[in-house]
Design a protein around this ligand. Structure first.
Ligand SMILES: Nc1ncnc2c1ncn2[C@@H]1O[C@H](COP(=O)(O)OP(=O)(O)OP(=O)(O)O)[C@@H](O)[C@H]1O
Ligand SMILES: [Mg+2]
Length: 351
């Protein structure tokens, strides 16, 4: 079953397209990260899903129900979803349990059911022993968990999370990120998690949709996005990929043969003969000291620093593109080096 589906979803604000013909289908129970730079339309997509905005066109299906389409608009409270926004608000005069149970009143539930669901939601986020506390007695991370429990108590089919970790310090972020993974596994709810932090998206999500300027660039599992970026924007955004202009000479069973300056490289990819971008990352480059092999790139060291137990060199290659490569010893700026491309990916380039 689908978790949700967007089809041709479009939304403009004063002539500027915030969401532009978005098509996206996500399986039930997925953990989707909506990833992209600031202003690319992530929050707008969540607000459209939630019913807090009306689109200019397109349809939204949640489960097997069309909630937005020609002549159809299901109100937010009838969409069966939970939301946690970056600037969540708790009622300061209510206890933790009061905040969590608040949304359950008026749903026609018996008092015992409300109490049980509140207890269950607080247990899910590890706050069962703070039920009587007031929000001001909690840390920032605990308050964020109350906001999460409040959404979980509604037992939503779809949980929308807009940068829920953004205003927490790094240690708390890591702890809560692990908690999101556990909660996702335990509740089997479809999560939509908005972030502009690609490392967070890669670590958390089962599926990542990369947006740029309101358009979908690629939607795939983390490893697929990393290994086979569909566009230069995705290559740059995921894992800090660097793009080198190459000429694709042809393909063989072993991959693509590409020319980069004097070097002839064999790399994976899907590009026709002609201009291409070779996406490389530090994990796919290695220094080589072989005497001018024709399958290595010539480069010049610009800087070296000690990082992660080894030296990380800033090297200019090709048309002065900066790349990074690890090595065992420090190198002086200006030193000539040669690099083997152990892993890369070629994307077609418009000439
Ligand atoms: N209510 C609004 N009125 C006018 N313009 C808006 C409104 N909401 C969003 N926009 C515009 O739509 C575009 C997308 O905004 P959105 O908030 O969805 O981006 P975002 O990806 O969530 O960015 P961020 O990472 O900074 O939160 C932006 O150009 C923004 O200025
Ligand atoms: Mg936003």
């Amino acid at each position: 079953m689908v978790g949700f589906r967007l089809d041709g979803l479009t939304k403009s604000f004063g002539g500027a397209r915030a969401v532009d013909g978005l098509r996206l289908e996500v399986a039930d129970g997925a953990f989707l990260a909506l990833l992209g730079p600031s202003g690319c339309g992530k929050t707008t997509v969540l607000r459209l899903l939630a019913g807090l905005e009306r689109p200019d066109g397109g349809t939204i299906t949640i489960g097997d129900r069309v909630v937005v389409g020609p002549g159809t608009f299901v109100e937010p409270e009838d969409r069966g979803l939970g939301m946690v926004f970056q600037s969540y608000a708790l009622w300061p005069h209510m206890s933790v349990a009061g905040n969590v149970s608040f949304a359950l009143h008026g749903k026609g539930l018996a008092a015992a059911e409300i109490e049980a669901r509140t207890r269950e939601a607080l247990a899910l986020v590890g706050l069962e022993d703070r039920a009587a506390a007031r929000p001001h007695q909690l840390s920032g991370g605990q308050r964020q968990r109350v906001a999460l429990a409040r959404s979980l108590a509604l037992r939503p089919k779809l949980l929308l999370l807009d940068e829920p970790l953004a205003n927490l310090d790094p240690a708390l972020r890591t702890g809560l990120a692990a908690e999101f993974r556990r909660l996702h596994a335990e509740t089997r709810t479809t999560f939509v998690f908005v972030t502009h932090d690609q490392a967070e998206a890669l670590a958390l999500a089962t599926t990542i949709a990369v947006l740029e300027a309101g358009r979908l660039q690629q939607c795939a599992a983390p490893e697929e996005l990393w290994r086979r970026p569909a566009s230069p924007a995705v290559a740059r955004f995921i894992g800090d990929g660097r793009l080198l202009p190459v000429e694709v000479l042809g393909s063989s069973g072993a991959g693509l043969k590409v020319a980069l300056g004097a070097a002839r490289l064999l790399v994976p990819g899907e590009a026709p003969a002609g201009p291409g971008w070779l996406c490389v990352r530090r994990q796919g480059l290695a220094l080589t000291d072989a005497e001018s092999p024709d399958d290595a790139l010539a480069g010049t060291v610009r800087a070296s620093r000690f990082e992660g137990g080894a030296y990380l060199h800033d090297v200019a290659v090709g048309d002065d593109t900066p790349v990074e490569v690890h090595g065992p010893i420090s190198l002086s700026p200006g030193a000539s080096v040669r690099l083997h491309v152990t892993d890369g990916w070629v994307i077609p380039r418009q000439p």
